[in-house]
Ligand binder design. Structure first.
Ligand SMILES: *Cc1c(COP(=O)(O)O)cnc(C)c1O
Length: 469
């Protein structure tokens, strides 16, 4: 503390009277401003040599005010931010999965503004059930007798297992013991639900007799898990749902299907590959079906459990349901999304997920052509920018093998340029609305399929902080 430079440092109180800091007080408050000033002072004390550039205290105070403001802005900036998903994976779990339709967004805003009848029956003027807001719609769209909604599909599976199989065995084919991204593994969920996994068959082939032989006094349920994120090809055999349903019925136990990504419409009607629907599972004899709300369905994060009145009623009575239930905002959004399915003709127009699935190659090509000139201008000669054919994925484990023809902007570094695409990818992440692509064969690829607002993309290119050649 002997340096004469340190004498330039102002007091915290002195800094609080600096005009720049005073202007920040209404927004951030005195407590946070004081903490930021202290931090700025600490930093400059630790890098004392930096004080040498100030010839007087006023200059030093301006610098500190600036630093304190930066600290405050950083601290108060939202961590959760919008990004532009050009990865080519439409339902990207790390990027928040399904994009909601406008009607769902409006409903969330309107319901969050005040009190609502979440568990209040306005007709009977008494206590109601939160499932009542969506149950009839889910039943109409799936053919189920009853439905309930929980936090996500993992919760739905956990709740079903815990309700019907605690202390007993659940029979699952070895070919279906899947791990879904983010450490959701069927065997682990089973043990946490308090039941024992009884694996039958082999990885590639499972026969009805495998199930038949495994059924015993300890058996509580037969479960089929949709192997949504991989496919076994070649010498394979699995047991049809109808057959499993029959075996379960004979044994007097429920047959549950964990569908994962349940589409409520036949995707073939939209020119897409077939994906099983919850209605098909029920028609095949499933007693319970669980699926995600934010995968192909295109809604908010939640898990749907559908089936008979009796079984869904038991699920609802499980005390764990209380821990896994959804909030009013989820129900508000889900209702609006489900309502769109009542009019399948306008679905591709109104439901962003299906709109992204079905965008025509010509539209995607036109979109890419629109971006090319601006990208070339802003990136300069160090980069080669072209539009190429690529394939998008539905994502979230759905239809992993079926890739949708799409168009990507491919950016390579020009011959002789020594900047790697990784550096370029990072520069795009630093844009006001970060742009996320993927790197493949030394090129940065931006699949345009999920680009909703090309003007927003183009406008912010001017701020791309990148050394140009
Ligand atoms: C995605 C998936 C899950 C998990 O669903 P979340 O909504 O992510 O919790 C479970 N089972 C299957 C088969 C899935 O595809």
């Amino acid at each position: 503390m002997t340096s004469p430079q340190l004498a330039l440092l102002p007091s915290v109180d002195g800094m609080l009277r600096h005009t720049r800091i005073e202007a920040l007080l209404p927004e951030y408050g005195r407590e946070q401003a004081t903490a930021a000033i202290r931090q700025a002072l600490d930093e400059i004390r630790r890098a004392e040599s930096r004080l040498a550039v100030f010839s007087n205290r006023a200059g030093c105070m301006d610098y500190l005010a600036n630093e304190a403001e930066k600290i405050l802005r950083r601290k108060f900036a939202p961590s959760l931010r919008p990004v532009i998903n050009l990865t080519g994976t439409i339902l990207h779990t790390n990027l928040g999965r399904a994009v909601l339709p406008e009607s769902a967004i409006t409903a969330i805003a309107s319901i969050s503004r005040g009190a609502c009848n979440l568990e209040y029956d306005l007709d009977a003027a008494g206590r109601g059930d939160r499932d009542s807001h969506v149950e009839a719609l889910i039943c109409e769209l799936t053919g189920a007798e009853a439905a309930t909604v929980v936090n996500n599909n993992a919760a739905a599976v956990l709740l079903v297992l815990n309700t019907f199989a605690t202390g007993g065995e659940v029979i699952v084919s070895r070919g279906e013991l899947v791990e879904i991204g983010g450490a959701f593994r069927i065997p682990d969920v089973m043990s946490r639900a308090g039941c024992t996994l009884r694996e039958v068959g082999t990885t590639n082939r499972t026969h009805p007799r495998d199930f038949q032989n495994a059924i015993g006094p300890a058996t509580r349920m037969i479960m089929k898990v949709h192997t949504s994120n991989f496919e076994i090809k070649g010498f394979t055999a699995s047991v049809a749902e109808a057959e499993l349903a029959k075996l379960a019925r004979t044994a007097g136990i429920p047959f549950a299907v964990d569908l994962g990504s349940g589409s409520l419409v036949n995707l073939e009607d939209y020119g897409l590959p077939h994906e099983p629907t919850p209605r098909e599972n029920l028609e095949n004899g499933a007693d319970l079906v669980t699926f995600s709300g934010d995968k192909i369905l295109g809604g908010p994060q939640c898990g749907l459990i559908i089936g008979s009145k009796e079984l869904v009623g038991k699920v609802r009575k499980n005390p764990l349901k209380r821990a896994l239930r959804v909030g009013k905002l989820t129900l508000a959004a889900l209702t609006e999304v489900l309502k769109l399915y009542l009019n399948p003709e306008s679905l591709t127009e109104r439901l962003p997920t299906l709109r992204m699935f079905t965008r025509e190659p010509e539209e995607l090509q036109a979109l890419a052509d629109r971006l090319l000139p601006s990208l070339r201008t802003h990136l300069g000669a160090a980069w080669q920018v072209e539009a190429i054919e690529c394939r998008s994925q539905i994502g979230s484990g759905a239809l992993p093998q079926d890739l949708l023809p799409s168009v990507a902007i491919a950016i390579h570094s020009s011959p002789g340029s020594n900047t790697g695409v990784q550096t370029l990818a990072e520069a795009f992440l630093k844009l006001p609305v970060p742009v996320i692509g993927r790197i493949k064969d030394d090129a940065l690829l931006f699949d345009v399929r999920c680009l909703e607002d090309p003007e927003q993309f183009i406008k912010q290119l001017a701020t791309l902080a990148f050394a140009r050649a």
